[in-house]
Design a binder for this molecule. Structure first.
Ligand SMILES: CC(C)(COP(=O)(O)OP(=O)(O)OC[C@H]1O[C@@H](n2cnc3c(N)ncnc32)[C@H](O)[C@@H]1OP(=O)(O)O)[C@@H](O)C(=O)NCCC(=O)NCCS
Length: 138
């Protein structure tokens, strides 16, 4: 992983989220211990990404997203499954993530995949929404 990978992740992230992360953040994260980045292609083009970090048997999903034009075709589910497989290979026994309680598509994705709420952080996001902390055993 190098600058090229960081640029790819930053570009894809901007196609998935309203608040993009700078390339430097991806550069730093991709070089961090326990971090794995995944890119999913559709029709030969990068269409989705995830970034996961495994520490002491627990894997956190740092970010996961599908480009706007490629949504609701099963790619999010594929990315989540691939992330879980990578996590298992990295020694994780549990997945954990945070999601805004207003993020209906993401909550649907995690619900269908068997994630359950283990905590809630009140007014955690800038828009005032709560973070739901979800987890699933691997
Ligand atoms: C969340 C996200 C990754 C889902 O990706 P996707 O490729 O559209 O998801 P999938 O097509 O694999 O759908 C997975 C499940 O969620 C459901 N779902 C997806 N979008 C939905 C929506 N807008 N409303 C209701 N359900 C939805 C699907 O019906 C599917 O359920 P099923 O298996 O029972 O059919 C995508 O919406 C996204 O990138 N959002 C912006 C970034 C983001 O919020 N990431 C999560 C941060 S925690």
């Amino acid at each position: 992983m190098g600058q090229e990978a960081a640029a790819l992740f930053a570009d894809l992230h901007a196609r998935c989220f309203g608040a993009p992360w700078p390339e430097e953040d991806f550069d730093r994260l991709l070089a961090s211990s326990g971090v794995v980045g995944l890119v999913l292609e559709a029709d030969g083009e990068p269409a989705g990404l995830s970034l996961i970090r495994t520490i002491a048997g627990e894997c956190e999903i740092l970010t996961i997203g599908v480009a706007r034009a490629a949504r609701e075709k099963g790619l999010g589910r594929q990315l989540l499954t691939a992330s879980e497989t990578e996590a298992r290979l990295g020694g994780a026994r549990r997945m954990i993530l945070e999601v805004s309680h207003t993020n209906t598509p993401a909550i649907a994705l995690y619900d269908r995949a068997g994630y359950i709420e283990i905590g809630r952080r009140k007014a955690y996001y800038r828009d005032g929404s709560d973070a739901r902390v979800l987890a699933r055993p691997l």
